[in-house]
Ligand binder design. Structure first.
Ligand code: ADP
Ligand code: MG
Length: 546
């Protein structure tokens, strides 16, 4: 094809694809506009995962009647003027792309009234063009409604996940903005259900209570470095409160919700040595910087930031977190563990060898974490947690395929608070969890009563098991893999941990069970369960053979 300049319409659709990837991206842009307009109350309502309908209503400044149509032009913005403004952006929006991009892929309605206008303006847009304009009354503020998102874009629709998954993304997004703007009242109604409501009283702990539950809200530690540059404020969890995924790290730079590996590293590094492997803190971190110190114009979705001086930001975050963390008494250390590093190439990492195991005889335990065993082929060092995970994983899947899940009723039902996103997953997968032996019932808003768990999960913290499970299936898009995900999560939670001392009998039993699994050499996540030092290698190392 010869080179030619794309038609305007094509260009706008390509650009729309960058901003509007899924229903949650539409919600994000509309909520950001409402926040930029100074709203103190923002209501979000969706139907069908946001595909049938998204409606965002705010009580902000409104758009003057004379400007409404202009707002739907590409690069039309009231927020910046000159190139130099780009270097010091203080609003969430600035590219003037959102409204036209959404209008390019959906039908849209806007009803808005600005201060000083006698009547509101209602616009109806189809294919990005204004199809109808009329005067309508409404109090000051703006309501934007998006109908039939991607209806004429089957390829985009196909890429979307189920309505529940999209609802989950929307719930998570609103939760993040609510955390960043505690002085704004947020209401989220998904398919007619009130999913999130925040008081808008400026107290971040009250928002945390709505998003993560009261218990978390009460335990979080307060970061206090707001008066310096870079400023750091927010809440962070004490070391005894942690989660099994990174999904509880929320970062805001000048109140913009961002993803940042730098901030993730800085916060997790502050917990170094305080959390067990695989555990992550709950963090709500606000970083304040002069606008010219950070570049947000990296990507159309504005979720990535570049810091001019990332080292300073890293240090500020780490310091402020360490300052509050040192005040919490350190956890007790169970055992003094000798360290043992196998030389590389000396041991064979198992997994590439024959799938079945030879008969093994337990020799002892190393560092309360590894089982030493002898077999016809030499010495085996078995990771007790990984091995037990494999055993439990296959056990759960076997019981499930025979519909014989062993259930353990709880003496006292446990009250669990779920985040809006977790609730969405539960709504969709509640039945599946039931088939795995969980019995959960609604107990007021966001609260659930757990009455029974699968027998293998009877030890440990049942609330944490359920939350981790919901997080792990939220991340799994393929329906056929959800059984596996649940079994994996249950196994990981219920398996013995590194650091647990085992009796000889317990070790023998574990090895026996491992021998009977289908894939004894890998844990369900694919990591090796054992490394092997062959008799031949031993003889070589000791110079008995050449
Ligand atoms: P941007 O936010 O980058 O300026 P948008 O396309 O999102 O671009 O919006 C275009 C303009 O429409 C904004 O600059 C603002 O002036 C106006 N606008 C959009 N939504 C609202 C709202 N909810 N309240 C007030 N003004 C709005
Ligand atoms: Mg905008």
């Amino acid at each position: 094809m010869p080179i030619k300049i794309l038609a305007r319409e094509v260009v706008s659709k390509i650009a729309a694809g960058e901003v509007v990837e899924r229903p949650a991206s539409v919600v994000k842009e509309l909520v950001e506009n409402a926040l930029d307009a100074g709203a103190t109350q923002i209501n979000v309502e969706t139907q069908g995962g946001g595909v049938s309908l998204i409606r965002v209503t705010d009580n902000g400044s409104g758009i003057p009647a004379s400007d409404v149509e202009l707002a739907f032009h590409r690069y039309a913005t009231s927020k910046i003027d000159l190139l130099t403004d780009l270097e010091k952006i203080s609003t969430l929006g600035f590219r003037g792309e959102a409204l036209p991009s959404i209008a390019a892929v959906a039908e849209m309605e806007v009803l808005t009234k600005a201060e000083g206008d006698t009547a509101g303006t209602h616009l109806y847009l189809k294919n990005g063009n204004i199809a109808k304009r009329e005067k309508r009354s409404r109090p000051q503020g703006t309501t934007v409604t998006v109908h039939h998102l991607f209806r004429d874009f089957p390829a985009r629709l196909k890429f979307l996940k189920s309505a529940t998954t999209e609802n989950g993304h929307i719930a998570n997004l609103l939760s993040q903005y609510a955390l960043a703007f505690p002085e704004v009242k947020f209401n989220l109604v998904l398919d007619g259900r009130l999913t999130l409501r925040t008081p808008g009283n400026g107290n971040i702990r009250d928002v945390v209570a709505e998003v993560y539950g009261l218990e978390v809200a009460q335990q979080m530690l307060e970061l206090d470095r707001a008066d310096q540059t870079p400023g750091v404020a927010g809440l962070t969890s004490p070391p005894f409160l942690s989660r099994s995924s990174r999904g509880y790290l929320s970062f805001f730079v000048n109140r913009r919700w961002v993803r940042s590996s730098l901030l993730a590293r800085a916060s997790e590094d502050a917990y170094h040595g305080l959390l067990m492997t695989g555990k992550h803190p709950i963090v709500i971190l606000n970083v304040y910087l002069p606008p010219q110190e950070v570049d947000i114009n990296v990507h159309p979705t504005k979720t990535e930031v570049k810091f001019r001086n990332s080292q300073i930001v890293y240090t500020a975050v780490q310091k402020s977190m360490e300052k509050v963390l040192v005040k919490v008494p350190p956890p007790e250390i169970k055992t003094d563990t000798p360290s043992f590093t196998p030389p590389p190439s000396f041991w064979t990492v198992s997994g590439k060898e024959a799938p079945t195991l030879p008969i093994l005889r337990v020799v002892g335990q190393l560092a309360s974490s590894y089982i030493l065993a002898e077999g016809p082929e030499g010495l085996y060092l078995i990771d007790q947690h990984a091995a037990h995970e494999r055993v439990l994983f296959e056990k759960v899947l076997n019981q499930r395929s025979q519909q014989k899940i062993e259930v353990q009723g709880l003496l006292e039902p446990v009250n669990i608070e779920l985040s809006p996103q977790q609730e969405e997953v539960l709504k969709k997968e509640g039945e599946l969890l039931g088939e795995f032996g969980f019995s959960l019932e609604t107990f007021g808003a966001k609260s659930y009563l757990l009455r029974a768990v699968p027998a293998i999960a009877k030890e440990g913290n049942p609330a944490e098991t359920v939350r981790t499970l919901l997080d792990s299936i939220a991340a799994e898009e393929e329906l056929s893999k959800q059984d596996e995900k649940i079994a994996q999560s249950l196994a990981c939670h219920s398996a013995v941990k590194a650091g647990d001392s085992l009796t000889a009998e317990e070790m023998r039993e574990l090895i026996k069970q491992l021998e009977q699994t289908k894939q004894p050499r890998n844990c369900p996540h694919g990591r090796p369960t054992m490394i092997h030092l062959s008799s031949r290698q031993l003889e070589k190392e000791f110079g008995r053979i050449a």
